[in-house]
Structure formats: C-alpha cells, structure tokens
Design a protein around this ligand. Structure first.
Ligand SMILES: Nc1ncnc2c1ncn2[C@@H]1O[C@H](COP(=O)(O)OP(=O)(O)OP(=O)(O)O)[C@@H](O)[C@H]1O
Ligand code: SF4
Ligand SMILES: [Mg+2]
Length: 329
C-alpha cells in the first residue's frame, strides 16, 4: 500500500555563515515523513538533526539561513509562507519540543497559566475550556492535573517537566509533533517511561511524530522509520526492521554496533573509531571516508548519491552492494 506523506522535504540546505567560513549544517537533504508514523532521525552530535527539525518550523536559529529546497506539508511549501500563516502553522500544524526544553518553562509562572498563555497566543477559547483540555493532556502523560497546574517548574522533577512539555506540544492538536532528544537528560527508567507514554499517545491519537536522538537504541523502541544523518547529509533512510537487519551504510551499521542497550551485552559493543568531522573542513567525497574501513579511492573523490537499495530504503554509499555489514567493526 502506498504511504501517504505528511511532510516532504526536498533538497533542503541550511547554512551558517560564521567568521571562519560557511558551514552547511543541513546539506541537500530530501526526506519524507509518512503520516501517522513515528520517524526518527539519528546521528552523532553536530550532524544537523536539530537544524533540520527547526527548518520544518522555519525557525532556524541565527545566523542560519535556509539556502535551498522546499518543505511541503499538506501540499503547501512552508518555506514560502507569510509570517501570519506561519504563526498559525506553528503549534497548530506542527509543534516541537526543543532540545533541553524543560529549561524553557517560565520559572515564575504556574504551569496552569503557561497552558493558558500558550493556547491564547494561537487561538481564542474560554480559560475553562483550555484547562479542561490541558488536564486531559496531563492525564495522558500520567501527571496529576490538580497538582501540576498549581506548581511552578522548579517544583517538578526533570521527567515531570519533560512530560509537561509533551502535553504542551499536543495542546493545539497538531498533525506533527517533533521531539528533540526527549529523554537525553533523564535516567534510564524515566526514559523508558516517557517512551511508553509517547507510544501510547501516538497509537491513541494517531499523531505523526519526528523523534531526534543521538542514540539509535533509544529510538528503535518506538520508531517505524529511521533516517541517519552524517555531517549534515542524510546517508540512509528506511523502515526500522530493514535498517536493523539490512543496513547498507557502514556508518549506520557502526551506530547499531555501538549501541549497548540493543545488543544487551556491553562487551560486544564496538564504538565507531575517530570523531565527527569539522563542518568547516569536510573530508572530500564521502565525508565518512576517514572513519570507514571499506573506503576506496572513489570514496575520497566522489560524494555518493542516495540510491534505492530496497523497498522504502535509500542509502548513500558507493559500495552498498559490495559491503557485508556484518563484518563492520
Ligand atoms: N546558531 C548556530 N550558530 C552557528 N552554528 C550552528 C548554530 N546552530 C547549529 N550550528 C552548527 O550546525 C551544526 C549542526 O548542529 P545541530 O545542532 O543541528 O546538530 P545536532 O545533530 O542536533 O547535534 P546534537 O546531537 O548535539 O544536538 C553544528 O556544527 C553546529 O555547530
Ligand atoms: S562511500 Fe565509501 S567511505 Fe563512504 S560509507 Fe561507503 S564505503 Fe565508506
Ligand atoms: Mg540537536
């Protein structure tokens, strides 16, 4: 059956002009976000996940500019939207829980007031109605509305604040929720708890989600589809089972082998050697080549294009048909 895409990103590039030169934090990325599914974006720190996500809201942080591409949602290119339409689009069509968002709650305003303010900034409704909706969402994230409404942020734990942020993100019934590292600062038990909640919300509200994480094992529990980013490029994308059993990119295979909770055996995890590249001074050809055990001359000279390597599965590696990922280490 053909999947319907909620968002279609085409040839998207985001550049930061810095004193030392220009970096392309997102480099010619094309990605589909299927409706009603959980898509995850993974990759090491600095690979461009948050920049890509902020472009979906047309909210790239200064001095970043979207230098190329289109982002279509429901057939409309959001990069062409006027300011007023964008304000409506944010929160009501797409909402985002930013990285370390717990810290963005206003410390001197009770949670109840923050729900009301957020809602009224986008839509009109009686306070009673807003609070009824907020209470329902807090119950969804397994928080007690009465107590949380009357609390200030510092009276809540990190995990509770993160759940409040998730409830916020659902307040205006968006079609897409983007969650940027939703559990990174939390302990493992709280992480699992939050992912259970996200899964339940996804299933019951049929909401489309985009999850960003540097940890492939964390998103594996909830994602239907995974995109892997390296140095601003999308290097592999496919359905979760396909990626875990039949990855065609040495970097993806390396991420999987480096993830302890997937193998449940710390002794057999293998970290990827080397470190992420300097975006101001990218290696030629395939940016992964200095760290890739399969690299050949062509890898140093030519940037590999994204190619179809299976159903719903694309990869950008010159040697995708030759490489036996099982032997990557
Ligand atoms: N406001 C900014 N000014 C300058 N450079 C930026 C800015 N925001 C991001 N970058 C650069 O863009 C690149 C991608 O950053 P981004 O935050 O998107 O990566 P990420 O994959 O989300 O990393 P992390 O896992 O650490 O959150 C990095 O090299 C970063 O330094
Ligand atoms: S293109 Fe070459 S260097 Fe890049 S991942 Fe594939 S084999 Fe490795
Ligand atoms: Mg980030």
């Amino acid at each position: 059956m053909m999947e319907e895409n909620l968002v279609e990103i085409r040839n998207l590039s985001v550049e930061f002009k810095l004193k030392r030169g220009t970096i392309r934090a997102v480099d010619n990325v094309s990605l589909d976000i299927p409706k009603g599914k959980v898509t995850a974006l993974v990759g090491e720190s600095g690979s461009g996940k948050s920049t890509l996500a902020s472009a979906i809201l047309k909210m790239v942080s200064s001095p970043g500019v979207i230098s190329n591409g289109s982002i279509n949602m429901n057939g409309e290119n959001i990069l062409k939207m006027k300011q007023r339409a964008l304000q409506q689009y944010r929160w009501s069509n797409v909402s985002m829980v930013f990285q370390a968002a717990q810290n963005s709650l206003n410390p001197v305003v009770k949670i109840k007031e923050q729900f009301i303010e957020t809602y009224l900034a986008h839509k009109k409704a009686p306070e009673k109605e807003i609070l009824a909706k907020a209470a329902q969402l807090l119950e969804y994230v397994r928080l007690e509305p009465k107590r949380v409404f009357e609390s200030y942020p510092h009276e809540l734990s990190g995990g509770m604040k993160q759940r409040v942020m998730i409830a916020f993100s659902l307040l205006l019934d968006p079609d897409l929720v983007i969650l940027d590292e939703p559990t990174t600062a939390l302990d493992v038990i709280t992480q699992d708890y939050i992912f259970d909640i996200l899964l339940k919300i996804h299933e019951e509200l049929a909401i489309t989600m985009l999850l960003l994480s540097h940890d492939i094992s964390v998103v594996a529990k909830v994602a239907d589809r995974i995109g892997v980013m390296y140095a601003g490029k999308l290097v592999e994308v496919g359905d979760i089972f396909e990626i875990f059993t039949n990855s065609k990119h040495p970097y993806t295979a390396g991420l999987i082998k480096a993830a302890p909770s997937l193998l449940e055996d710390l002794e057999h995890t293998v970290p990827i050697g080397g470190s992420p590249p300097d975006l101001l001074n990218l290696p030629s050809g395939c940016a992964f080549h200095p760290r890739c055990q399969f690299a050949k001359d062509i890898c140093k000279q030519v940037t590999p294009p994204m190619e179809d390597v299976g159903e719903n599965h694309l990869t950008a590696c010159h040697l995708h048909h030759a490489v036996e990922m099982g032997s990557v280490n």
